[in-house]
Design a protein around this ligand. Structure first.
Ligand code: ATP
Length: 515
């Protein structure tokens, strides 16, 4: 089996070769941790965004969207706490000159302990077969219990030290755990320092009266400052939510994981405004609801897990991540945060404007509490793309590369292929294209033998190939080939629209959330 690093390399090269993701400014040797999306990438990204928007906005009567500007008044970031507290602890290795996030080095160390636990579980599962009780094994196997405790105690010490800003202890922990630079193996570390992640820029023509601005590091603040506008204009009653997708910018210290950690990325966030005191109940609700959204895509229940935060951000009273099994292990994909009245309360203070809700039932004003769901669109893209890329051994001894994207998200839904480039077959294929293109993204391909064209579409992630042959001219039927099973059936041209619709319709997929 290929190792994790090889699989990840394959993901990156496949993304480039098939027009999903390119390094930004590649002809100038690229810009680190900045990426461009190609012709397929933009479609996949749009589809993920739409899948999220429908689930959050269209299907929830009490959630509406906005699109706020990237530039915001600089006081926003004072109020939100980002000027003072949006820091990552960084550490440099003196020999390799490589820079790391101290917390990530420690989390990766714990990740290795987790991998050992998974190995023990897999071994035991094999040994005990059907009688295996995973939960019981995790609770009672002495070795596993020790690993679990070890991991927990490391994370809890790190959380406490970061909370107290005791950076010396964070360094001490790295040294005690004997963590080496992953690039060089050296353990010669500098002290841990804090580093603010916001990008600064200037607004205004002349240097003297230019105003210092930041590129927004999260989209959430655009929602908070518009809370009252939306509530009034939309006549919204609590509980209600405001959703937004858009670019965010962070000067990330370490950016070596392709589109997992970028300096310019897109977020899909929803802030849900609630009555103080109901946060626990809504926290559970949104955790469950968001997990269902992920599972509806059918990418495997085992690939997700919740991780409850030990260290809470300055604004939160509870927080959990939905983690996904990326090619480099389980990592955060989405965050669900109970933000209390921190943000609205703070904007009230800094702006001098009331940001309160009048509850007609109780005749009282209050600053609502907030429950947030926040997911990176690019990170979701990586989850979908890396999970879908598979190398399959076939019965005839050959293999194929297939991108098994959930059909609802696939950039191109069907490829129309005339069996040969003559006898009027291209014309019929073109007619089918002209009909289907009103409903779906479809493509036409007449180059090379049909088997090679199938492989090309497999690698591209296209769920259906429709082949026009000589029989088509006689009876108006074509073959339709399914990407995942490679099964082929003969169907009437007039049935194509219905078959494709059934497989790619967002409704069918999103309804799985209700199951
Ligand atoms: P991490 O711990 O990985 O730095 P975070 O906890 O800072 O992430 P949040 O501030 O909670 O992340 O942001 C919400 C979501 O935005 C994350 O779950 C992730 O999907 C996405 N995200 C955050 N930073 C980046 C980034 N640099 N590149 C791509 N996506 C990101």
């Amino acid at each position: 089996m290929a190792n994790q690093e090889d699989i990840f390399k394959k993901v990156i090269s496949h993304a480039k070769e098939y027009g999903y993701v390119f390094q930004s400014s590649e002809i100038y040797d690229g810009l680190s941790a900045v990426y461009d999306y190609g012709h397929n990438g933009v479609e996949l990204k749009n589809n993920i965004r739409q899948y999220w928007w429908k689930a959050m906005v269209q299907l929830n009567e009490n959630i509406v969207g906005i699109d706020a500007a990237i530039f915001m008044h600089p006081t926003t970031w004072k109020a939100s706490g980002h000027v003072d507290a949006f820091n990552d602890p960084l550490i440099d290795n003196k020999d390799s000159k490589k820079r790391y996030r101290a917390d990530v080095l420690i989390e990766d160390y714990v990740g290795k302990i987790d991998a050992k636990i998974e190995k023990e579980v897999a071994k035991a599962e094999k040994r005990f077969g059907e009688n295996f009780n995973k939960q019981k094994f995790l609770e009672t196997n002495p070795r596993v219990v020790e690993y679990l405790e070890q991991g927990k105690s490391i994370l809890s010490r790190m959380a406490k030290s970061l909370e107290k800003e005791d950076l010396a202890d964070v360094k001490a922990l790295i040294e005690e755990l004997d963590i080496a630079c992953p690039m060089s193996g050296s353990k010669n570390w500098t002290d841990v320092k804090q580093f603010n992640l916001m990008f600064g820029t200037k607004l205004g023509a002349s240097a003297e009266n230019a105003m210092d601005l930041y590129l927004r590091p999260e989209t959430a603040q655009g929602i908070f400052v518009n809370f009252l506008n939306v509530q009034k204009a939309g006549r919204m009653k609590i509980p209600f939510g405001i959703a937004q997708t858009g670019k965010a910018f962070r000067n990330e210290i370490v950016a070596r994981q392709f589109i997992f950690r970028m300096r310019e990325f897109e977020q899909m966030e929803m802030q849900f405004f609630i009555q103080p005191g109901t946060q626990q109940e809504w926290y559970e609700h949104w955790k469950e609801h968001r997990m269902k959204w992920h599972l509806s895509l059918g990418m495997g229940e085992d690939n997700y897990r919740f991780h409850d935060h030990e260290k809470l951000a300055h604004y939160a009273d509870a927080a959990a991540d939905i983690e996904f099994r990326f090619p480099f292990g389980f990592k955060e994909l989405e965050g669900i945060h109970s933000r209390t009245d921190f943000d609205l309360g703070s904007h009230e203070k800094y702006s001098g404007k009331k940001l309160q809700y009048f509850d007609h039932e109780t005749n009282r004003n209050y600053v609502p509490y907030v429950l947030e769901t926040s997911i990176g669109l690019d990170r979701m893209f990586l989850a979908v793309f890396s999970n879908s890329l598979q190398e399959e051994e076939l019965e005839n001894g050959t293999s194929r590369t297939v991108l098994k994207l959930p059909a609802v998200l696939a950039p191109t839904k069907a490829a129309i292929l005339p069996l040969v480039k003559k006898d009027g077959l291209p014309k019929v294929a073109q007619q089918i294209m002209d009909e289907l293109k009103w409903d779906f993204n479809v493509t036409y391909d007449e180059k090379d033998a049909v088997g090679r064209r199938y492989r090309r579409q497999d690698a591209n992630g296209t769920p259906f190939c429709i082949t026009v042959d000589h029989q088509t001219l006689e009876d108006q039927t074509v073959t339709i080939r399914h990407r995942d099973s490679m099964d082929q059936e003969r169907v009437a041209i007039s049935a194509l629209k219905g078959i494709i619709h059934e497989a790619v319709d967002m409704r069918t997929w999103l309804q799985k959330m209700e199951a």
